[in-house]
Design a protein around this ligand. Structure first.
Ligand code: DGL
Length: 261
């Protein structure tokens, strides 16, 4: 049996990670689950996130996935252990935080790094804690940006509304003097060019999708033809189907799977 990677997020954000994995491992079959019924995850309680993650993991295992990627920072922060426990010892589970922490720790010695993410991710202090353990010469500034994921999910990017919202978050005093900014939510690569425009090249923007895809792909060497992927949501929307098609540059079939009923 080939490699079948189960990937999940609250919505379209994890597609940034799925696409990056597909570019590196075209022969792996992806099974994507967007939990649109519970979006946004950023303001939900840790217990709710663990409950959703458990159900989604069980579903992805029932689809015979042989590896899992939690393509959501909020779920990675609250439910990594839960997902690993449900998956069992034979299924490798990847989160989107550890590869980014490793990347930052090896490149930004004695510098200040900013993190923007959902309120849920920022509250756990998972990035500052893990970066400190990996390299304590790095100063970490965190900023919760709760409007960004719902705004992006609604298709508001590259326009005047997104520009105003992004600017009002990024001009926060705590982000002064940073060398790099981590996009600590998998929705944010969709506004990467707007973030870059704000900093005018003076700050490195760290897009977790590529860093995570590299860490997932590291352990596999696959041969053969590209295979077709599967896409599921807990609540069907036309917008999600359209975004997925735009992302993957081809027609895809999006199925609703009511795993929470
Ligand atoms: N894309 C997710 C993350 O990385 C969740 C955003 C949300 O649903 O609030 O945190």
């Amino acid at each position: 049996m080939g490699l079948k990677i189960g990937i999940f997020d609250s919505g379209i954000g994890g597609l940034t990670v799925a696409k990056a994995i597909k570019n590196k491992l075209p022969q792996a079959e992806l099974v994507y689950f967007g939990d649109t019924a519970h979006l946004p995850y950023g303001d939900k309680s840790p217990a709710s996130i663990r409950h959703y993650s458990t159900k989604i993991t069980q579903f992805l295992l029932s689809e015979n996935c042989t590896a899992l990627v939690i393509a959501c920072n909020t779920a990675s922060a609250h439910a990594f252990k839960t997902v690993k426990d449900v998956a069992g010892p034979d299924i490798p589970v990847f989160n989107v935080i550890d590869p980014v922490v490793e990347f930052i720790a090896t490149r930004y010695q004695n510098q200040k790094v900013g993190i923007i993410a959902t309120r849920g991710t920022i509250k756990t202090r998972v990035y500052p804690r893990r970066i400190k353990i990996a390299n304590d010469s790095i100063t970490v500034a965190s900023k919760a940006t709760p409007l960004l994921a719902p705004m992006i999910e609604e298709g508001f990017f590259n326009n005047n509304i997104s520009k105003t919202v992004i600017e009002s978050y990024l001009k926060a005093r705590e982000l002064n003097g940073i060398s790099a900014l981590v996009l600590g939510c998998t929705h944010y690569p969709l506004i990467q060019s707007e973030v870059e425009a704000f900093f005018k090249g003076s700050v490195d923007i760290i897009d977790s999708a590529n860093v995570v895809a590299e860490s997932v792909a590291r352990g596999y060497s696959l041969k053969g033809k590209e295979v077709t992927d599967k896409f599921y949501v807990s609540d069907f929307t036309k917008g999600f189907e359209k975004s997925t098609q735009t992302f993957f540059g081809k027609k895809i079939e999006l199925k609703e799977e009511r795993i929470f009923d």
